[in-house]
Design a protein around this ligand. Structure first.
Ligand code: ZN
Length: 382
């Protein structure tokens, strides 16, 4: 039965329902077989039939008298029929099959003396491992078939094809839908990862006329400078799901989402870069103790429009464009906030090209993360 289990595992590895069989005669292995129905497009390619065919070829006889067939699952009626035709002396099976078992579970073809005078049956041998293999296979298949991020009925999702062929670095798209404030909406973000355990973290938050892609030059420049960069698409933007109702978008809710993201990724000592001063001010209250400073940049001279299939997908940008006043009123920045201009960088164009973003990164990294005091060269702002 151990050898039959090996065959079953091989079937599973090939994507077939894991059932394996072996034919043994006088203590000698005659043939093996495993379920191969999918690969062969053959409904009869069950493990038992495969093993019987191979045994018949090997022994040069379609009668397999004196042989024992070991199979990990109770034979179905088809296989029971084939086993009876072959006059196999003994069938030993592992797990019972309550749905199609023909050795007693549904019917018992072996017990019907009108059909059978030859074959003895024994069940339940290594039943545990045989059944576990099947259960794990079907569990994995159910998992694979379940959509990973089902779309909420009150939201839209921009088809992936709309993002094909975008210029710029292709960081893998990461998704979350289990942050409590998302209530099942899919949130997209980029995380360049920490090149060193102590690498400072930058959280880049786009404005109402942009999305994560609009921050790609700055993200690339910061990552090249050894920083960890996290760039989410706010709900309603880019690759994140888009609630259809404008009223769904409130500053408080977006702040909760970002807050939960910062917590989930366990970002600490974060410099938050926001693409709009008022928005930056509002977000500074985010994730108490985790945001260390805020840097605001302008939206860029060229708005970075996400591919929106229609006006229905634009509820988020419409809502955010109306926010600045409200956001300023309820922002409670307890952390230092500066603008790009304070770093000697033109804030209006600093996101538009790799060169401009590089200048901003070269000014901002040493400003916020000065080198340790034992360094001879002190950074500005240290
Ligand atoms: Zn069968």
């Amino acid at each position: 039965m151990g050898l039959a289990l090996e065959q079953a595992r091989a079937a599973s590895a090939a994507g077939e329902v894991p059932v394996g069989a072996v034919v043994v005669r006088a203590g000698e292995l005659v043939a093996t077989g495993r379920n191969a129905s999918l690969a062969r497009c053959d409904p009869s390619a069950h493990a038992e039939v495969e093993a019987l065919r191979a045994a018949g070829q090997r022994l040069g006889n379609y009668r397999l008298e004196g042989c024992t067939l070991y199979v990990t699952l109770e034979p179905c009626p088809m296989c029971a029929g084939a086993l009876l035709h072959a006059r196999v002396a003994r069938v030993v099976y592992g797990a019972r099959d309550p749905r199609t078992g023909a050795a007693g579970s549904v019917i018992d073809l072996f017990a019907d003396t009108r059909l059978n005078h030859h074959t003895r049956v024994e069940g339940g041998v290594l039943a545990g491992p045989c059944a576990a293999l099947l259960e794990e296979f079907f569990r994995a298949r159910r998992r694979a078939r379940r959509p990973q991020y089902p779309l909420r009925p009150d939201a839209l999702r921009t088809p992936e094809a709309r993002f094909a062929g975008l210029p710029g670095p292709a960081w893998p798209a990461r998704y979350l839908s289990d942050l409590p404030p998302l209530e099942g909406l899919r949130l997209h973000y980029v995380d360049t990862g920490a090149p060193t355990p102590q690498a400072p973290t930058w959280l880049l938050v786009h404005g109402p006329h942009s999305w994560s892609h609009g921050l790609r030059h700055l993200a690339a420049a910061l990552a090249a400078a050894g920083q960890r960069v996290v760039v989410p698409d706010l709900p309603g933007f880019g690759r994140s799901d888009k609630p259809k109702r404008e009223q769904a978008h409130t500053p408080a809710w977006h702040r909760q989402v970002l807050d939960a993201l910062v917590e989930r990724l366990d970002l600490r000592c974060v410099v938050l870069v926001a693409q709009q001063a008022a928005w930056a001010h509002a977000l500074a209250a985010l994730a108490p103790g985790r945001i260390y400073a805020v840097l605001s940049v302008d939206a860029g001279t060229t708005p970075c429009d996400a591919p929106y299939p229609d006006a229905g997908h634009r509820a988020g940008p419409r809502a955010l464009a109306r926010w600045p006043q409200a956001a300023e009123a309820d922002g409670a920045a307890g952390v230092p906030a500066i603008g790009a201009r304070s770093l000697g960088v033109d804030p209006s164009a600093c996101l538009d090209t790799p060169e401009a973003a590089g200048r901003l990164a070269r000014a901002a990294v040493p400003y916020f993360f000065p080198r340790p005091p034992d360094d001879t060269e002190r950074a500005p702002g240290a």
